[in-house]
Write a protein that binds this ligand. Sequence first.
Ligand code: MN
Length: 386
Amino acid sequence: MKDDGSQVQSATEAIRIDENDLARKKKEELAALLLTCKGQKHLVIIQSYPDPDAISTGLAHKVISEQFGIEVDIVYTGVISHPENIALVKLLGIDLKKWDTDFDLKPYQGTIFVDNQGTTVGPIIDAVQAQNIPELIVVDHHEQQTRLNPKFVDIRKVGATATIYSSYLREGIIKIERSRDEHLMTATALMHGIKTDTNGFVRAASEDFMAAAFICRFVDSDLLAQITSQSRSKQTMTIIEESLANRTIKESYSISGIGYVRCEERDAIPQAADFLLTEENIHTAIVFGVIVSPDQEETIVGSMRTSRITIDPDEFLKEVFGKGPGGRYFGGGKKSAGGFEIPVGFLSGGSDKEFRDMKWKLYKAQITQKILNKIGAVDDDEKDDE
Ligand SMILES: [Mn+2]
């Protein structure tokens, strides 16, 4: 009879073999599809406010596709505002195109979605769907959604989409070589993607470690150090300060509304949520504010972080905020992190400070109340009315 140690070992071994089988099968499926697309031009669409996982997998998809004779552009609709993300794009010389309504979609024969399923990419999704560009590929690690109908889908519950792309490379979808700059850049970007999406490997699982173990041989560690050593801007520090000052703590939840935020500072919201989560006895932090787009559209944007295993941010946010008129959820997420975006539509506009303050009071009360209802707490300001 086996002792406990070897039983655990063989169970781990079995999981590893399963993961490898899936990675190999998916790699073959993807390669087969890319082979049929030789000579085409594809558009990789990443989330509006791209994070390292999205940027790195966009790049990885481009580098892989080029080996198959496919030309690729990477596009996003929002802003890159986190200093580390700006550094990632600049230091690695990644060519990201910013979409606007004049963007010519005609040259593209296929769309690819990495680290998203078409719901967090902004208005470009309506534009590409209106043009009937074939939806080819979705590679993601968020909960499965229904907005797209692609030919190839690879959704795995792993720490990062970068983990999935690293597994394609490990399984040899293209030959990755140390002597090629674009391969070193891709590996470096993917490592940064896995690292940030798994909270510095704290939330990494075996697949993520296996992916990192493979790509680490191709990582330019000086470059990676440079990317991660970017400091926070003064504006971000101010927003974090505000989130700290405005927070309400209920049942170990820390909730903070930070008012109107410039579109360039959007990334300060998740950073503030990360920060609030570090307070003792807090297991979940939610920070939200109003982002005003250049055309004066207002959107309530929020980030949720949790360290509690029993709280699923995806379920939590879907339940708290529900669906919009188009049948799409306002929020969602993955293990330990989530976000929401609620367009305020008709109430948008008007830069008068007093008017904005009035609206913010209303938004804040509504959001806070919905969250408190979900966690079964009562807002102190409203207690007297009951
Ligand atoms: Mn991701």
